[in-house]
Every structure is written in structure tokens, then in C-alpha cells.
Design a protein around this ligand. Structure first.
Ligand SMILES: Nc1ncnc2c1ncn2[C@@H]1O[C@H](COP(=O)(O)OP(=O)(O)OP(=O)(O)O)[C@@H](O)[C@H]1O
Ligand SMILES: O=P(O)(O)OC[C@H]1O[C@H](OP(=O)(O)OP(=O)(O)O)[C@H](O)[C@@H]1O
Ligand SMILES: O=C(O)c1cccnc1
Length: 476
């Protein structure tokens, strides 16, 4: 496992050095949250916690790191000695991977000595922002595909090895069923899947020979790529010939892949031809720069597609390539006294929510129907109450005050162990993610103009935010 402890911005070290001197014995709590959902969706699928845990388990500085720091000449000997003996002493709380999370609510919190918590900012954001972005994109694609299987095909177009490997992991959390990426398949125990490239077809004297050679070698994995020359006049007729030969030898043909042209029309024609030839069970896979808009359109056109192969638009989240998750100071603590902190900015949207917090998912009583989330201070007790006054957590909201009645509340942030522990498989994460999505109002999940899901703050938290905002603006 790599040590990623230097994968950070220089200023984190510079601040940590200063904190060691100027704020000794000070604990801090930072929150990770985001403000805007990529692709104008309504939620993000949280992903990457496992890799955060692994990075933190490894967090230390080697003798080469220390030699490099010395050479930089920026920090004093005390701080270098502190880094040499570095022992991470932070507590992490986080939502489970695969949880749909909404703007402004913390999906991970870090509490510990302020120098340490500051040092972790960039690394934690790097991991969570990437995987959550790709998991969210995969969820959109899965929604568009109406749960038809998606094969992740993006390794060749990902932005380098890490984004291919961890992007694939995130894609499966978001709903992809298999991957062509062998390293990711092995690392995360994901089904490895694939068909063939055009080069296979081109390398033989003709298409029929290429299909036959493939079927001889892989009689039970005969997904044939039919668009190298002419889908309707050559690709499908040749595939049918080979499927008949396979059946005569006692094998079940898998299907075809179409990778160019008007894939709705070609899939319709292909379905008719395969059915007429006695292969109604042969699957049709489509690929070629697919995204959720194209998939929605293809299904609206009635294209009889069984599987989607999706590469570049998934692995790079091409239409929305950034998730701007942030890491903001929520509180500091000294001599047992907690001091909540707020960041006021010229843009009201960027006002942070102060204090040590918990996030609750609220359900209609006795049901699994979630109707809102609630951010509360950790020292508040949230039970299914009648008449709980709350504030909208969106500083731009107009309907600021609400009263909630009769709900069940489930806390989302749970303690995360940094001790070695059994990992959940990505398939289990995918399936619990789907269960959690099923709890949300369906209209929050649609791809275009989804309903806004309310995220409230308790009255105590709302008042704290208002007070701190007032103090900060008065003291300016
Ligand atoms: N019926 C359709 N409706 C909507 N989008 C489609 C349809 N058929 C294909 N597309 C999409 O349109 C885009 C362009 O398709 P086209 O076949 O022109 O691709 P291309 O990459 O230019 O062709 P080629 O792969 O042969 O070079 C692709 O993203 C493809 O998935
Ligand atoms: O378009 P994407 O969503 O990224 O899906 C992956 C693409 O990668 C392959 O094309 P490529 O031209 O690289 O190789 P090929 O010869 O196998 O078609 C495949 O045929 C898809 O078109
Ligand atoms: O197996 C496939 O069909 C495949 C793999 C990667 C990229 N495009 C297609």
C-alpha cells in the first residue's frame, strides 16, 4: 500500500507547524460537505471512505520524507521531530459508503489535535470528491438505464491509473454491474467482463472467420462485435451463422455488441433478425460515448437494449467533472470547552454550519419513507417528536421556519474505526445504496429538475448559526 501522507497542499503543513506552536492542546472538528450537486442532480452518492481509512492507517512520515522537509527549510526542528514521531490521534465519523447525501450536510467529520486535523484536509477531499463524483454519475446512468446492467469500459479514457482503478470501484458503488478493467476487478472482486475490439475482426481475412475463431476459443462467451463493416448486411447475419454453429455444438450464444451508427434503429433491426433466427435470448449490448441523456433517449425510442457498455462519460464524469466537496472548521475545543466556528463569506450561500453535529434521516412514522434530513448539534437528542421547530439549512431559502411532527430519525454519521477491519464488498455497498435510494421520494432522483429534498437544522443549530454570523459581522 502506498503512503499518501504527502499528498497534500503545502499550506496544510505550514498551518500544522504554526498550530503546534500557537494552539497547543487544541482539538478541532472539521466537516466534509458539498454545496452543489454535479449535473444539477439532487444528491451525491458518498464513496471513498474505505480508501480514506486505508490512507489514514498508513499515515506517517518516512526518513526520506523528513530529509525532504529538512531540505525545504520551511519548518523548525520541533515540528520535524513531531512529524518523525507522528501518531494519528483523530476520530472519524462518516456516513456509510453508498449513502445518498444532500448539500450542506456533513458526510464525514474529523476530530483531533488541530494540527493533525488540518493536515488531513487535502487527502480526504481528494479521495472522497473523486469517488463520490463517479459513484453519483454511475447512479445517474443506472437510473437512465432503468436498472439494465452497465459494464464499466473506461480504463483507456480515465485520467490516469488511479482514476481508472478507484473510478471503477466508485462506478460499481453507483450501480455498474461489471468492469473491463482487470486490475480493478481483481482488487475489488468485481465481475470482470468484456467482448472484443474491432482489431480482432480486422485481423482475420473476413468477419465470419473472425467470429468463428472467437466462438471456437470462447464458445460460452460469444458476445460478437457486429459493426466493423456493415451491421445489418454482414455483422448480424454472420453472428447468426456462428450462433447456429454454436448451438449445434451445444452452446448458448451470448449476444452482440453494436458500437456505432444509429444504435436505436440498429438494435431494433438486430432484435428482429435475432428473434427470427431463433435467438430471442441473445443479448444486445450497446456502446459508443453513451451518457444518461443518450441512454434516456435510446430507451424512449424503444431500443431493445439489454446491456450498456460505458467508458469515457462515466469514468471522467465528463458532463460535470468536479465535485467541490469542502473541509470546513466547525468547532475548536480547549480545556473541555467547545467553541463552535463559522465561516462568513461575501456569498451567503457559503455560510458554514457551526458546531459538532450529527445528521439524521427523517422518516414518516413506522415507514421507510424518508421525507427530509435534519442536522443537529451532537448534544441534542432527536427522537420522533411532535412539533419540532426547525430551520431550512439552505441560507438562500425563503421559507426558513418549519415544524416537523411524528417522524422516526436515523443518525447517518457513525464512528469509523481506523483499526484493520473486514471490508464490505462493493456489491454489498451497491445494494445498501439502492435500498437507501428506495427510501427517498422518487422525484428527488429524476435526472432533469429533480425535486429538492429538504435538509433542516434544529432550532438550536439555526440560532447558533445566526448568533455567530451576527458576532462575526458586528466585530468586523
Ligand atoms: N438513435 C440514437 N439516439 C441518440 N443518440 C444516438 C443514437 N444512435 C447513436 N447515438 C449516439 O450518438 C453519438 C454519435 O454516434 P455516431 O455513430 O455518429 O458516433 P461516431 O463515434 O461519430 O461514429 P463512429 O463510432 O462510427 O466513428 C454517440 O454518442 C452515440 O452513442
Ligand atoms: O465510448 P466509451 O463510452 O468510452 O466506451 C468505450 C469505447 O472504447 C472502445 O472503443 P475504441 O475505439 O477505443 O476501441 P475498439 O476498437 O474496441 O472500438 C469501445 O468500442 C467503445 O466505443
Ligand atoms: O470489452 C469490451 O467490449 C470493451 C472494453 C473496453 C472498451 N470498450 C469495449
Amino acid at each position: 500500500m502506498r503512503n499518501l501522507s504527502l499528498l497534500t497542499d503545502l499550506y496544510e503543513f505550514s498551518m500544522a507547524n504554526g498550530f503546534q506552536h500557537d494552539l497547543p492542546d487544541t482539538q478541532a472538528t472539521f466537516d466534509v460537505f458539498y454545496r452543489r450537486v454535479p449535473d444539477a442532480g439532487s444528491f451525491v452518492i458518498a464513496a471513498g471512505l474505505q480508501q480514506v481509512v486505508e490512507a489514514l492507517q498508513q499515515f506517517h512520515f518516512s526518513s526520506e520524507d523528513l530529509a525532504y522537509f529538512k531540505q525545504l527549510g520551511l519548518w523548525d526542528a520541533d515540528f520535524l521531530a513531531y512529524l518523525a514521531d507522528f501518531q494519528l490521534d483523530c476520530q472519524i465519523q462518516a456516513v456509510a459508503e453508498g449513502t445518498p447525501v444532500f448539500p450542506r450536510e456533513p458526510l464525514l467529520t474529523v476530530t483531533g489535535p488541530i494540527a493533525q486535523t488540518q493536515l488531513l484536509e487535502t487527502l480526504i477531499l481528494n479521495i472522497l470528491n473523486h469517488q463520490s463524483l463517479i459513484a453519483t454519475k454511475a447512479r445517474r446512468l443506472t437510473f437512465a438505464a432503468e436498472e439494465r446492467p452497465i459494464m464499466e469500459f473506461g480504463a483507456r479514457r480515465a485520467q490516469g491509473p488511479d482514476s481508472a482503478i478507484y473510478g471503477t470501484r466508485a462506478a460499481v458503488i453507483g450501480g455498474a454491474k461489471s468492469t473491463s478493467n482487470v486490475l480493478a476487478a481483481k482488487a475489488f472482486n468485481i465481475p470482470a467482463a468484456g467482448t472484443m475490439a474491432h482489431s480482432w475482426i480486422e485481423a482475420f481475412p473476413d468477419e465470419l472467420t473472425a467470429f468463428r475463431k472467437w466462438a471456437e476459443r470462447y464458445p460460452d462467451n460469444s458476445a460478437l462485435l457486429v459493426d466493423t463493416y456493415d451491421v445489418l448486411n454482414s455483422g448480424i447475419p454472420n453472428a447468426i451463422t456462428v450462433f447456429q454453429e454454436l448451438r449445434d455444438r451445444g452452446h448458448q450464444p451470448v449476444g452482440i455488441r453494436i458500437d456505432s451508427g444509429d444504435v436505436a434503429i440498429l438494435a431494433q433491426q438486430a432484435r428482429k433478425m435475432l428473434n427470427a433466427a431463433g435467438f430471442p435470448e441473445a443479448k444486445i449490448t450497446i456502446s459508443n460515448a453513451l451518457d444518461e441523456t443518450i441512454i434516456t433517449s435510446l430507451l424512449q425510442q424503444g431500443a431493445p437494449i439489454d446491456n450498456f457498455g460505458i467508458g469515457e462519460k462515466l469514468i471522467t464524469s465528463a458532463s460535470a467533472p468536479v465535485l467541490s466537496g469542502v473541509y470546513k472548521l466547525a468547532a475548536i475545543e480547549r480545556d473541555g470547552r467547545v467553541e463552535p466556528k463559522i465561516k462568513v463569506s461575501a456569498s451567503r450561500e457559503k455560510l458554514t454550519i457551526p458546531g459538532k453535529k450529527q445528521v439524521y434521516r427523517l422518516y414518516n412514522v413506522g415507514t421507510k419513507q424518508a421525507f427530509a434530513d435534519l442536522i443537529a448539534l451532537t448534544n441534542e437528542t432527536i427522537v420522533g417528536a411532535t412539533n419540532l421547530a426547525v430551520f431550512n439549512s439552505n441560507p438562500l431559502s425563503v421559507d426558513h421556519h418549519h415544524v416537523l411532527t411524528n417522524f422516526d430519525a436515523r443518525p447517518l454519521l457513525v464512528p469509523v474505526t481506523l483499526e484493520p477491519a473486514t471490508q464490505l464488498s462493493v456489491q454489498v455497498i451497491q445494494s445498501t445504496s439502492q435500498d437507501q435510494l428506495a427510501e427517498l421520494p422518487r422525484a428527488t432522483q429524476r435526472l432533469v429538475n429533480p425535486d429538492v429534498y429538504p435538509v433542516y437544522m434544529t432550532a438550536a443549530l439555526g440560532q447558533l448559526q445566526t448568533e455567530l454570523l451576527h458576532q462575526a459581522t458586528v466585530s468586523e
